[in-house]
Design a protein around this ligand. Sequence first.
Ligand code: HXC
Length: 258
Amino acid sequence: MAYETLIVEIEDYIALIRLNRPEALNALNARLMQELAAAVTAADRNDKVRCIVITGSDKAFAAGADVKEMAEKSFTDVFFDDLFAPEADAITRVRKPIIAAVAGYCLGGGCELAMMCDFIIAADTAKFGQPEINLGIVAGMGGTQRLTRAVGKSKAMDMNLTGRFMEAPEAERCGLVSRVVPAKDLLAEAMKAAAKIAQKSAITTMIVKEAVNRAQETTLREGILFERRMFNAAFATEDQAEGMSAFLEKREPQFRDR
Ligand code: HXC
């Protein structure tokens, strides 16, 4: 499928999705959000994909929702449109792992999109922020919720109330990103991580994603019980037998997602 605001390539079980609105620092407009929701949903259903990478440009992952598109909207417009909520819902329903590879500005809805992904690899040029407050609005796709879970109340308050930008080292220190790499290596490092994930059984990577996400949603006791059930369920897969045989036979496993 051809997209207007994305470039999508699928190779070696990895779907690489580049946000592509360079004229607006990849600001998220309705078209881009619809295309992104469609692209990740298609990748999720494609058995030639085991991992998804979402990235932007050197200058911006995404500088937020498109202010030009939002400026004229009224309360009733955003209320009835439910601006980007269905698309965000579709993105967060994807069951395969998604890596955000972030360089440059990652602001507002851009930061919220990165946080919808399963982990963030940042270039040393990355700048994260929830500057909605400067526009007289508040975050609307997780900036007060996922950010608080990711970095704690104090920093989430700081980011949302002051609208300041957080540079990559601080983002790594507080756990917003899993690692920081030199900007020139960002895509290669993200693809290397994706390739490692793509070598595993898609069943087990999907279980891991579901179980870790469960930690954000439930009590520890319920989460541990869910993990235990999933651990047991993994023994029903052919890939468990293959993984353990390969270890004992000192060879690489050949997972078949069965
Ligand atoms: C529309 C944007 C944009 C945005 C940048 N551009 N951000 N267009 N929406 N969010 C456009 C600019 O208008 C300009 O185009 C071009 O991209 C380059 O941007 P500059 O501002 O000239 O670049 P620079 O001086 O380097 O500053 C970069 C910047 C700044 C610091 C990132 O652009 C900025 O503050 N952007 C807005 C960030 C923001 O407030 N994001 C939150 C949005 S609200 P032209 O054609 O004018 O030259 C949000 C809510 C989400 O995200 C909730 C949804 C439910």
